[in-house]
Design a protein around this ligand. Structure first.
Ligand code: ZN
Length: 232
């Protein structure tokens, strides 16, 4: 007799396939009462890493990633110079990738602004380190815009839970505006052009996509037609 699922050869006494666990049943065969040929598989004990243990290991790796450049920098230059940037970047990665796991159910409405605030702080550090003078006129308003738009989208999606087409339509249109603002600020801060050059195209594309989403949201007939066409 053979297993109907995996094809392994079975002894007549077998109640279940020892390999895949499929029940053995043949209507015409009498099955003698005997012990199965193989003992049941012992449960495989897996070494489990708890979340706290994982966090401890990850945090240690990140700390090491900050300490090593700091030590190198101090021993080579007698102070903190370039290692500040490395440490800032590692900290930023930590805030993005690891910090949410400190919480039981991380809330994106909190972590999106926290991540962007961390970005802003890192950019401020870079600005001060390189004496760039672009933080207040370029980085801060750009990151601020991104923060407001993304936090609004995440909060609406989480708490309103409907009207996604309106939410994303609005977000596209606002992002188009943010792209215009970004170029204007770039031009102002770095004295590039006296008028907008490249940002009009992505802005127009974003506005068209946003308007299209809102039109689809407004018109139930169009929505049904699209759903039928694309099986969504
Ligand atoms: Zn089987």
């Amino acid at each position: 007799m053979y297993c109907i699922k995996c094809g392994v050869e079975l002894a007549d006494s077998e109640q279940r396939c020892p390999l895949c666990g499929t029940r053995v049943y043949h209507p015409d065969l009498e099955r003698p009462d005997a012990d199965p040929l193989f003992p049941p598989d012992p449960p495989v004990s897996r070494y489990k890493v708890t979340q706290a243990g994982g966090l401890f290991i990850t945090t240690s790796i990140f700390l090491l990633g900050m300490l090593m450049p700091l030590i190198c920098d101090i021993s080579l230059n007698g102070g903190v110079s370039w290692s500040g940037i490395v440490i800032g970047a590692v900290l930023l990665a930590y805030v993005f990738a690891v910090l949410p796991f400190w919480f039981k159910s991380p809330n994106p409405v909190v972590f999106v602004p926290v991540d962007l605030a961390a970005c802003a702080v890192f950019l401020l550090y870079l600005d001060l380190y390189f004496d760039g003078g672009w933080f207040m006129t370029f980085a801060f308003p750009t990151v601020g815009c991104a923060c407001v738009i993304s936090t609004a989208v995440v909060a609406l999606c989480r708490y309103v839970r409907r009207g996604y087409l309106y939410i994303f339509g609005g977000a596209f249109i606002l992002s188009g505006g943010a792209i215009l603002l970004t170029e204007a600020l770039l031009n102002y801060t770095f004295g590039l052009h006296s008028r907008l050059v490249w940002s009009l195209y992505p802005c127009a594309a974003a506005a068209v996509i946003g308007l299209w989403l809102i039109i689809v949201a407004i018109s139930p007939r169009l929505r049904t037609a699209l759903q039928k066409k694309f099986f969504v």
